[in-house]
Design a protein around this ligand. Structure first.
Ligand SMILES: Nc1ncnc2c1ncn2[C@@H]1O[C@H](COP(=O)(O)OP(=O)(O)O)[C@@H](O)[C@H]1O
Ligand SMILES: [Mg+2]
Length: 361
């Protein structure tokens, strides 16, 4: 998959831009605060219909402007299409080749992009929220069924929590639980495949990047016993029987896949306890590289790789290795403040866009 053209209007500090991208490596070069990440953010919005930086879409509209628009021309397996988004005060409108799509789910993943952003390092903090987000975003990009199951689960969870607060009938709880069990089977099956994939390939990717054997392990931790995939439904039913009393007492759903976590280990020890900041960064990069293969396998197409602010944090050896490991068929967008960071790392010359005060040339 190739992002051929990016056209922006009133997106953050970018009043207008229209650029043709290279199928290989594209570098966004500029000082801090000029609009490099803004540009990346617009591409990621076209992939996920959300910003990776803010919850409020309006923050992406240029100050004092009524709307922002993003247009991405994409080529996938010889087919060309245009993804357009307009962000305005009442929400967002999405179009695929000029035809409006009513649901964001029909738009998500049409441009498949994998992002590395330094903010993602929060994933290795204590809280599992970011790790769940990784699963939900990455699986969601390749599976409509997963997104639908997640939505259904969240809706029922909200209703169950509301019912628990209202001293409801147990029959109502049971009926919501049966819908939640169905959704959770789908969610857990997809998460298990995702985590198993990571577990299988993460160590070797890391070895390619660091030239060191670090024995990385990845495990899905859930409220239900995952040892027998064929018994998920029974196990979930049992768990509700065991926990319903407590939930009634505390008036909230204490357990479920909304509390799942992924455990990362290095040499058998939790990553957070053993890895240096630099190693965590390399693990994160390895995860993103695994995600490229994951998408390729599931969708038979190659996603676009986006690396925001990654180079300044890597040493020269790691930079050289990163570009060696990168699949040459993957279109890559990189931001940097200094071209020297790239000089010795690249075999092929990149296309360079200079970013200066919202102008992209
Ligand atoms: N809604 C907005 N309207 C206009 N300018 C904005 C808006 N949001 C952010 N900016 C500006 O964008 C700049 C930051 O751009 P960014 O892409 O994050 O920089 P960098 O090049 O360092 O990645 C800042 O100067 C900020 O004031
Ligand atoms: Mg930036």
């Amino acid at each position: 998959m190739i992002l051929k053209k990016l056209k922006l209007r009133n997106f953050r500090n970018i009043e207008h831009c229209e650029i043709q991208l290279d199928p290989g490596i594209n570098v966004f070069l500029g000082n801090n605060g000029q609009g490099k990440t803004n540009c990346i953010e617009s591409v990621m919005f076209s992939s996920t219909t959300r910003s990776f930086r803010v919850l409020n879409d309006n923050a992406m509209i240029k100050y004092d402007c009524p709307f922002a628009s993003i247009e991405c021309t994409v080529e996938d397996e010889g087919k060309k299409f245009v993804l357009s988004s307009v962000i305005h005060s009442k929400g967002k409108s999405l179009f695929i080749s000029s035809k409006q799509v009513p649901k964001a789910s029909e738009f998500v993943g049409k441009l498949n992009a994998i992002l590395f952003s330094p903010n993602d390092l929060e994933m290795f903090n204590i809280s599992p929220k970011e790790r769940r987000k990784l699963m939900d975003i990455e699986i969601g990009k390749i599976s409509v069924k997963y997104n639908a199951a997640l939505l259904k689960y969240q809706k029922c969870l909200k209703e169950r929590n509301h019912a628990l607060k209202m001293d409801c009938d147990v029959l109502l709880l049971k009926s919501l639980e049966s819908q939640m069990i169905e959704a959770q089977v789908q969610i857990l099956e997809s998460r298990m495949i995702f985590v198993e994939f990571l577990n299988r390939y993460l160590s070797s990717k890391m070895k390619q990047l660091c030239d060191e054997e670090l024995h990385l392990g990845v495990k899905l931790k859930s409220w239900v016993d995952l040892s027998d995939k064929s018994k998920l439904k029974e196990k979930l039913t049992e768990r509700y029987e065991e926990t319903r009393e407590r939930d009634l007492l505390l008036r909230v759903t204490g357990n479920g896949v909304h509390r799942d976590d992924i455990e990362f280990t290095m040499k058998g020890i939790p990553l957070n306890e053993i890895a240096s900041q630099g190693q965590k960064r390399m693990v994160l990069l390895s995860i993103k590289l695994c995600m490229i293969d994951f998408v390729k396998l599931a969708k038979k197409t190659c996603p676009v790789l986006i690396l925001d602010d990654v180079l300044s944090e890597l040493d020269q050896n790691n930079r050289v290795r990163l570009f060696k490991v990168l699949d040459k068929s993957v279109q890559t967008l990189i931001t940097t403040t200094d071209l020297d960071e790239l000089k010795e790392s690249l075999v092929k010359s990149p296309k360079i866009f200079r970013v200066d005060n919202g102008m992209i040339i």
